[in-house]
Design a binder for this molecule. Structure first.
Ligand SMILES: Cc1ncc(COP(=O)(O)O)c(C=O)c1O
Length: 582
């Protein structure tokens, strides 16, 4: 991060980043020396007081520019190490003694750096002992620097280094084993990087499966959480509160006149759409929802019933009544499947779990026509593909760009989650005000639907701030241009290494690397039968996180603010891995 901290400005505020965890805000008070000072980086070494070693690679500071700070100067200072003790001994007894001190001193570095750069480091004992290191430029005359109104966020619970095995054992003993997990224990993140507990750094191109819209430890998310949590975290939906109303207004503004219901997850958002469809068709005895083969709609009973993949249903039968699956992107199949009981058609704008397949323009326009003709609701699951991941707010807006006959196109309901909260759990569904002469936006009247945590002031404040950043930093444009670059590069890999990569799939930052079957890739193990998993594991070794989808697709779902430089770095690593198995 590069923040300009003008020493003459009484309350100039350096948005300083506890880069390796949640972050912190530094407010600089007037200094005796009225120097222009640049805080060029603040990194937190976490709580690892055992090793008493701080290490920060200043290259990370360049990465921090993606947090939206104005870059005044980027200086590569190399890697600093403040080892054992430093100016003051760091040990637990001392921290306990200073427990009530929320202030820490930044001291002159032990190891001076070339030129006028200097390093300060300090302790913070509130609320969890942590150590941080600051790098300043041109601050040689500011020897003591008070940040007595600094606000620090709770650091994550201490996860000490090299405890991968212990963490795994905790999961084995105490966590329901419903996920197939990779052998990685992650500790902290900053921007598009995450670190595992052994200190290894990864470029995160999976984005927590399309969730971390602004990457990790984004200072504005931190700020929104801090500010809102000081005012109001939760009040119940029995009352009005401003953030929920404002967020609904913003989401509607990106769509068409309508109303929004807030919930906590994608599956819950889809449940809302299912209930809407049932209510809509109820008086005519219609209840059935058609969904697509290979779709994914969540893990609730309704969600797995709606999902067009047998593997999620197995062992949980009987399914909820009223879902049938139709081939995706096949308009005639949809027409043929409609029965007198059908109330709605639900599709993903871009199928995610099913292997990164966008709905075609013809399919979208055709479904709209079909639903109008048959008085059906056209519903969109945008949990994974929505929120600017395609380069537009909704994927259909991107797919239908410039397509004749698409003017005024709208679906009737949309489910959202994932990127909406950037990692804070929040989901939502939007309903168009009017559909087929019915006031759809009013269809779920008082008492018909609810959820305790839906649309809390805290969640909505975070989602609002994410929208602010996306709009201010024109991240949709970034997704388009950087996404086009990645797509072109994956296509190049397919041309250069046809024995490994079949092709590129998807749009924007919802991309798929389609691989050959495992037994056709020379460097893949024959005993492991899925090429997507083999590739994802090799990419982990090489320092990149990606997400498998089905047997042959590796998904890239990075943060919307992934820079071109990091995209290039990611492709280089992917190419190296592809080459190694070609
Ligand atoms: C398209 C789609 N719908 C619904 C869901 C379920 O969302 P959640 O896991 O938040 O319940 C997912 C999750 O991956 C998804 O990709």
């Amino acid at each position: 991060m590069v923040a300009d901290v003008a020493g003459s400005a009484d309350k100039s505020r350096a948005l300083s980043l506890g880069a390796f965890h949640l972050g912190a805000f530094a407010r600089r008070t007037r200094s005796q020396h009225q120097h222009r000072t640049r805080l060029i980086g603040l990194a937190d070494a976490g709580n690892d007081l055992r090793t008493r070693t701080l290490e920060i690679n200043i290259a990370n500071i360049h990465r921090m520019t993606q947090f939206g700070m104005v870059v005044k100067q980027a200086v590569d200072l190399g890697t600093f190490r403040a080892i054992k003790g430093g100016p003051r001994a760091i040990d637990k007894p001392m921290l306990q003694k200073e427990e009530r001190i929320t202030f820490h001193e930044l001291q002159r570095p032990r190891r001076a750096t070339p030129g006028k750069d200097s390093v300060g480091w300090g302790l913070d004992s509130h609320p969890v002992p942590s150590v941080f290191l600051c790098v300043w430029k041109d601050c040689d005359r500011i020897s003591r620097h008070t940040m007595n109104d600094r606000v620090i966020l709770p650091t994550p619970p201490p996860i000490l280094k090299n405890q991968q095995q212990e963490i795994r054992e905790l999961f084995q003993r105490f966590v329901v084993p419903s996920y197939g997990r990779f052998n990685l224990a992650l500790s902290h993140g900053a921007g598009s990087h995450v670190w595992d507990v052994s200190g290894k750094r990864y470029l995160d191109l999976g984005g927590g499966i399309a969730v971390c819209s602004l990457g990790h430890a984004h200072p504005e998310i931190t700020e929104a959480l801090v500010e809102q949590s000081r005012r109001l975290v939760h009040v119940s939906n029995l009352y009005y509160q401003e953030p929920q109303g404002r967020l609904a207004q913003r989401l509607v503004g990106h769509l068409a006149p309508g109303k929004v219901f807030f919930c906590n997850s994608g599956a819950e958002a889809n449940e809302g759409l299912f209930k809407t469809a049932r209510k809509f068709g109820h008086d005519e005895g219609r209840f059935e929802i058609l969904t697509a083969v290979n779709s994914f709609h969540g893990r609730t009973l309704g969600g797995i019933s709606a999902t067009g993949q047998e593997k999620v249903k197995k062992g949980f039968e009987p399914m909820v009544e009223g879902f049938r699956h139709i081939p995706f992107n096949d308009l005639e199949a949809a027409r043929a499947a409609i029965s007198p009981a059908t109330a709605a058609i639900l599709i993903e704008g871009i199928q995610g779990e099913g292997g990164i397949t966008p709905a075609s323009a013809e399919y979208l326009l055709g479904l709209r026509k079909l639903c109008d003709e048959k008085r059906l609701l056209l519903l969109l699951d945008a949990v994974q593909c929505g929120h600017f991941r395609s380069g537009r707010f909704q994927s259909y807006q991107r797919v239908l760009e410039g397509v004749a006959g698409a003017e005024g196109f709208s679906v009737d309901g949309i489910s959202m989650a994932k990127s909406l909260g950037g990692g804070f759990p929040i989901g939502a569904f939007w309903l168009r005000d009017q559909a087929h002469g019915v006031e759809l936006g009013q269809i779920l009247g008082p008492g018909t639907h609810g959820t305790t945590f839906g649309g809390t002031p805290l969640g909505c404040a975070v989602a609002l701030r994410i929208l602010d950043v996306i709009e201010r930093e024109k991240l949709a444009d970034n997704v388009r241009t950087t996404g086009d670059f990645l797509h072109a590069e994956i296509s190049r890999l397919a041309e250069q290494y046809p024995g490994v990569v079949r092709g590129a799939r998807g749009l924007g930052f919802m991309l798929g690397i389609e691989l050959q079957p495992f037994d056709q890739i020379p460097g893949f193990k024959r005993e492991e039968t899925v090429s997507s998993l083999q590739m994802v594991n090799r990419l982990h070794e090489a320092g990149v996180l990606t997400i498998p989808s089905g047997t042959q697709i590796v998904r890239l779902l990075p943060a919307l603010n992934l820079s071109r430089a990091l995209a290039e770095e990611g492709i280089q690593i992917i190419e190296k891995v592809v080459r190694s198995v070609a």
